[in-house]
Design a protein around this ligand. Structure first.
Ligand SMILES: *Cc1c(COP(=O)(O)O)cnc(C)c1O
Ligand SMILES: [Zn+2]
Length: 444
């Protein structure tokens, strides 16, 4: 097997760097890096042979191939040896037809790719298994490091802490104090990471961790590190595989730091480059109105994203004003005939509540994507028969406070029209029956 991948400059400066080297920016221009694969080597198998191989491995237990990421290892990080891989069977997440919600907004063929059905409850596992495995390989080859570290809006730190713990590597996470959910905060605590709660926002945490990494104190695990993208791009592989290797018409994803939007593009592009598919879907990136630098740039026709000061949003994982992967996201939007939409707090709460009433139990970021979808349906960009996939980024179970506060009607500035508080009833038969009758009368 002579498959190979290396870092190279995203803007095209010459030269490559081994994936095991702690390098996060192009040494020539200071810009972002990407992972380049030797596509010619990968053409030694026909598209049909790749599809067969991936189907044979999918969700089985022959380690490490049952993982949605490592089942595609030749296309992800081909040089990581078996015994360096740190995997907890991530990926292979559900893709289901959201029939009732879809029909409620005029779509017959709407699907949810529920990336929250993964080890730590968000899509961040997909990138983290790759990054932590490469770090373990690098440490064995002599790299010395004090810790692997990230700034996080919650889910990145949960994933890094879990995969770091599984590998026996020290982990440090920098979190904006009071801006992540209880579930997200307790995850890295339970995994034994050093949790630093800083009195700032995500962007403030990010600038400190970048400096620690530049000084060589820590290894940087944020999605600025192109290794994360390699794992995350398997969401595109996986959804195409789940559709028996057919490409949907649209994919809709919430965007914060914008690594995931680009990862989807990187995945769809690789499928096309290697002849498994023949086209790219269209892309809709949805941002919270309170943290919308990409929306502002794209709707003004600009191809450079100016940072904004992110305001507080219930979609806390995308409360990011200065997205590191903005240039990557612009490339994805250009290649995929993309659009950018935004969601207000009221809109995202309302969409989450309506989606939940069709059984979705959606996280607030997925709700932002649903608002984006509803807007492009209203604009006529998406037709009733189009196949649409919403990338649901985390489990709704991580966002209990959001749901509780909505249904208690205690979210400031939000008219919780679909609130469904419990009815207090004395413990006797007649009162329960009366409550059922009263409910039926209200519903009719
Ligand atoms: C990280 C995250 C996002 C945003 O992904 P980016 O790659 O930063 O754009 C969206 N939703 C959830 C739940 C996340 O954890
Ligand atoms: Zn460069």
């Amino acid at each position: 097997m002579s498959y190979a991948a290396a870092f190279r400059c995203f803007a095209g400066c010459p030269g490559t760097h081994p994936l095991t080297q702690p390098v996060y920016r192009c040494p020539s221009c200071g810009g972002l890096l990407e992972v380049a694969h030797d596509l010619d080597a990968l053409r030694d198998r026909s598209p049909a042979a790749w599809m067969r191989l991936f189907d044979q491995r999918y969700r089985r237990t022959a380690w490490p191939y049952g993982s949605g990421v490592w089942g595609k290892r030749e296309w992800v990080a081909p040089a990581v040896p078996d015994d360096a891989i740190v995997s907890m069977d991530e990926g292979g997440s559900s893709l289901f037809w959201a029939e009732r919600y879809g029909k409620s907004i005029g779509l017959d063929d709407l699907w949810i790719k529920l990336c929250g059905n993964s080890h730590t409850g968000s899509f961040k596992d997909l990138g983290m298994t790759v990054l932590v495995s490469v770090v373990r390989q690098a440490v064995r080859e002599g790299l010395s490091l004090r810790a692997v570290a990230c700034a996080s809006t919650g889910d990145t730190s949960a994933a890094l802490a879990a995969y770091g713990a599984a590998a026996g590597l020290p982990v440090v996470v920098l979190l904006p104090r009071g801006k992540v959910s209880t579930a997200q905060l307790v995850q890295p605590i339970a995994s034994g990471a050093l949790v630093l709660a800083l009195d700032t926002d995500f962007d403030g945490c990010m600038s400190i961790v970048q400096r620690l990494a530049a000084d060589g104190v820590v290894y940087l695990a944020n999605s600025m590190n192109a290794l994360r993208i390699e794992g995350q791009k398997t969401v595109a592989f996986e959804m195409v595989q789940q559709f028996d290797w057919a490409v949907p018409d649209w994919v809709v994803v919430p965007g914060g730091n914008l690594g995931n939007a680009y990862a989807l593009f990187a995945g769809f592009r690789m499928l096309k480059d290697l002849g498994v598919t023949t086209r790219l879907p269209r892309l809709c990136v949805a941002q919270a109105e309170h943290a919308n630098p990409l929306y502002l740039a794209w709707s003004a026709g600009k191809r450079e994203v100016a940072p904004v000061k992110a305001r507080e949003t219930l979609a806390s994982a995308i409360q990011i004003g200065n997205p590191v992967s903005a240039p990557r996201a612009i490339q994805a939007l250009e290649a995929m005939d993309g659009v950018v939409e935004q969601a207000s707090e009221e809109e995202l709460c309302d969409a989450a509540a309506r989606a939940d009433r069709t059984g979705l139990y959606t996280c607030p970021h997925t709700a932002v994507a649903l608002v984006g979808l509803e807007k492009i349906v209203a604009k006529g960009l998406v037709g009733p028969k189009d196949r649409v996939v919403v990338v649901s980024t985390a489990s709704g179970l991580k966002f209990t406070e959001f749901k509780v506060r909505y249904h208690e009607k205690s979210l400031a500035g939000v008219d919780a029209r679909h609130a469904n508080p419990p009815v207090m009833v004395p413990a006797d038969y007649d009162h329960v029956l009366a409550a059922l009758d009263a409910h039926a009368a209200r519903a009719s």
